[in-house]
Design a protein around this ligand. Structure first.
Ligand SMILES: C[S@@+](CC[C@H](N)C(=O)[O-])C[C@H]1O[C@@H](n2cnc3c(N)ncnc32)[C@H](O)[C@@H]1O
Length: 186
């Protein structure tokens, strides 16, 4: 199977976006346990997955309008081409429990090596996270009931104020929408 580049996100990007916007951390918006976070325009979902791994008591859903991106997100294997892996980003993923960084043929299965056409490293979820899910969906018609989420993130996905009417009802009273049209370069 040929692996095509589809990604438009990378590990660590959401930390930068949160910082430049003065938003703090996702955990600042989640009390106790059982919080629900929707990441709209999640692309291939590696940042949604990282947030889920870092916040195990809370549930994260990534949504994107592009089915091939959601297919990669669900599979939990990201190649260099998916997520622009660089050394600092690899170091970041090594520190997050639940992820494995596979850097060479010797460490990987031959099937993986063939599929990724030797384009290593790849980042892999060691096991499915039980607090993570992905859906194909359009933020103009999101497939969720009112008050389903404590936090909605909408980072660099074309989502702007004029579109809030479709998303604000999804947020429970007292919850937040964290929106950013731009990301500073990491
Ligand atoms: C530049 S990427 C940003 C990915 C990630 N949020 C980040 O900041 O790293 C924009 C993503 O928004 C998605 N997108 C665009 N329009 C959308 C819509 N109407 N509903 C859901 N996702 C959308 C695209 O498919 C793409 O994956």
């Amino acid at each position: 199977m040929r692996h095509t580049s589809l990604g438009t996100t990378y590990p660590g990007r959401y930390d930068t976006i949160m910082e430049v916007n003065g938003y703090g951390k996702i955990s600042d918006y989640l009390d106790g346990e059982g919080g629900r976070v929707l990441d709209i325009g999640c692309s291939v979902g590696i940042e949604t997955a990282r947030l889920a791994a870092e916040n195990p008591g809370h549930y994260f859903i990534g949504m994107d309008i592009e089915p091939p991106r959601i297919a990669i997100a669900r599979r939990g294997i990201w190649s260099l081409k998916d997520v622009g892996i660089t050394q600092p980003r690899l170091e970041l993923m090594r520190r997050i429990p639940g992820f494995e960084v596979i850097e060479s043929e010797s460490a990987a299965s031959p099937a993986l090596w063939l599929e990724f056409e030797g384009c290593f490293p790849v980042i892999m979820l060691r096991r499915p996270l039980d607090n993570l899910g992905f859906v194909v969906g359009d933020y103009d018609e999101p497939p969720f009931a009112p008050h389903s989420f404590d936090v909605v993130t909408a980072f660099t996905c074309g989502f702007r104020g004029s579109r809030e009417a479709s998303v604000m009802p999804l947020i429970r009273p007292g919850g937040v929408l964290l929106n950013s049209l731009y990301a500073a370069r990491a």
